[in-house]
Design a protein around this ligand. Structure first.
Ligand code: UP5
Ligand code: MG
Length: 199
């Protein structure tokens, strides 16, 4: 059977900007499948027999970006599995990726001709608000990186490595920015307007 070429929206923004929260709301009303690169890495870390569990664990705690070979493999498998099960599911929100030059090059090498990147949905949020949200969540999330020390590192990595990726897509006219410092519903109203316009 002929499969549709996957259509991808990259979802970027600082740690705690609300990427996961907004993606969950999007999938309720739009025909997108949400793939969080961070969630896939945490699943792989927890998988028995994983060869890269340790490496993922230390990278996440240190706020460092895992080598792209690992992340791409997880994303690609998740996309293929989704489309295999239901051929109508060919639209993906890829949340938290690509985060640096290595990620972007890896994507372009492996996926550029296999998927179309429609645009980048960028959740713009101050570092202070991002840190507060993650610390608040850290009270119950059990995430090993929701503490002040890891958060400092996550923010540094975001500013040094991820923002330049957003800037590169912006130069191509491919970034849709949302002010993510507001409440969940206000942010989502802007997200809806963007998705309705993009079709
Ligand atoms: N919240 C959400 N929206 C709110 C709002 N509008 N107002 C008030 N509160 C709001 O939200 C975070 C918290 O804020 C929640 O408690 C939420 O209720 C509240 P969430 O939606 O979870 O934000 P999100 O942007 O998804 O935050 P997350 O912590 O998941 O972002 P990160 O980008 O830091 O984490 P991710 O899981 O993507 O990556 C973790 C690590 O994995 C990375 O640091 C890295 O080490 C590794 N990684 C890679 O190496 N490669 C990858 O490709 C991806 C990840
Ligand atoms: Mg998230």
């Amino acid at each position: 059977t002929l499969m549709m070429k996957p259509q991808v929206v990259f979802v970027l923004g600082g740690p705690g900007a609300g990427k996961g929260t907004q993606c969950s709301k999007i999938v309720e009303g739009y025909s997108y499948t949400h793939l969080s690169a961070g969630d896939l890495l945490r699943e792989e870390r927890a998988r028995e027999g994983s060869q890269v569990g340790q490496l993922i664990d230390s990278h996440i705690k240190e706020g460092k970006i895992v080598p792209v070979e690992i992340t791409i493999k997880l994303l690609r498998t998740a996309m293929e599995d989704t489309m295999q099960k239901d051929e109508k599911k060919f639209r993906f929100l890829i949340d938290g990726f690509p985060r640096n030059e290595d990620n972007l090059q890896g994507w372009n090498t492996v996926m550029e001709d296999k998927a179309d990147v429609k645009f980048v949905l960028f959740f713009d949020c101050s570092n202070e608000v991002c840190i507060q949200r993650c610390l608040e969540r850290g009270k119950s999330s059990g995430r090993t990186d929701d503490n002040r020390e890891s958060l400092e590192k996550r923010i540094q990595t975001y500013l040094q490595s991820t923002r330049p990726i957003v800037d590169q897509y912006a130069k191509l006219g491919k970034v849709r920015t949302v002010d993510a410092s507001r409440c969940v519903d206000e942010v989502f109203a802007d997200v809806k307007a963007i998705l309705d316009k993009e079709g």
